[in-house]
Design a protein around this ligand. Structure first.
Ligand code: ITT
Length: 198
């Protein structure tokens, strides 16, 4: 039986996706341990994921995984990137962030609207683990001109998925969980964890 792992996230959309993809593990959200929020002041996805994982492991005394993720838009030189969750200001919600992105992208012509979701997942055995496992996933697409679809969270309604002819908020949860940046990163992490445990 796999050990329990605390999941260092307070984002309900992410928690759902990670639990669905990591079904073979006992993933416990950090809210069950009353883990306080920590400042995500890193400059890379990996730094922020590690900050969150160490905080959760310290407070729960369990191994931890954390995801840091965001959308990178070519026409905006990679913004909002690591600032995706607070693009429209600290405390901004998904709707406000998405509206700011649509606004910034208004003058950008079709054919120049490339973007990608990026996810970095970190696993540590304990808070002081000097050798974290790190896995990354990237999902290429484009920024739409208006939101479409009701599924997912965050920027999903404005992320066009080439090859599927829809936004990522129009994909069924199982489909998104098969092809997304988070799915790619989690599957890589699962392989590395399995190798450690065999
Ligand atoms: P935690 O730190 O508590 O996990 P958070 O929402 O603050 O939650 P991040 O700092 O990693 O998470 O910010 C990620 C933001 O990027 C998130 O708020 C979304 O707006 C966006 N994002 C990441 N993955 C996404 C996905 O699969 N679909 C849509 N938007 C996504």
């Amino acid at each position: 039986m796999f050990e329990p792992i605390v999941l260092a996230s307070n984002n309900p959309g992410k928690i759902k996706e990670i639990q669905a993809i990591f079904r073979r593990y006992r993933i416990i959200p950090q809210s069950d341990f009353g883990v306080p929020e920590v400042e995500e002041n890193g400059t890379t996805f990996a730094e922020n994921a590690l900050i969150k994982a160490r905080n959760a492991a310290r407070c729960s005394n369990l191994p931890a995984i954390a995801d840091d993720s965001g959308i990178e838009v070519d026409a905006l030189n990679g913004a909002p990137g690591v600032h995706s969750a607070r693009y429209a200001g600290s405390g901004a919600n998904d709707q406000q962030n998405l509206e700011k992105l649509l606004d910034k992208m208004k003058p950008v012509a079709d054919g120049h609207r490339g973007a990608r979701f990026r996810c970095v997942i970190v696993y540590i055995k304990h808070a002081g683990d000097p050798c974290p496992l790190i896995a990354e996933g990237v999902w290429e697409g484009e920024v739409l001109r208006a939101p479409r679809g009701m599924n997912g969270f965050g920027y999903d309604p404005v992320f066009w998925v080439p090859g599927f002819g829809c936004s990522s908020a129009e994909l069924a949860a199982q489909e998104k969980n098969r092809i997304s940046h988070r799915a790619i990163a989690l599957n890589k992490l699962a392989e590395r964890l399995a190798a450690l445990q065999s």
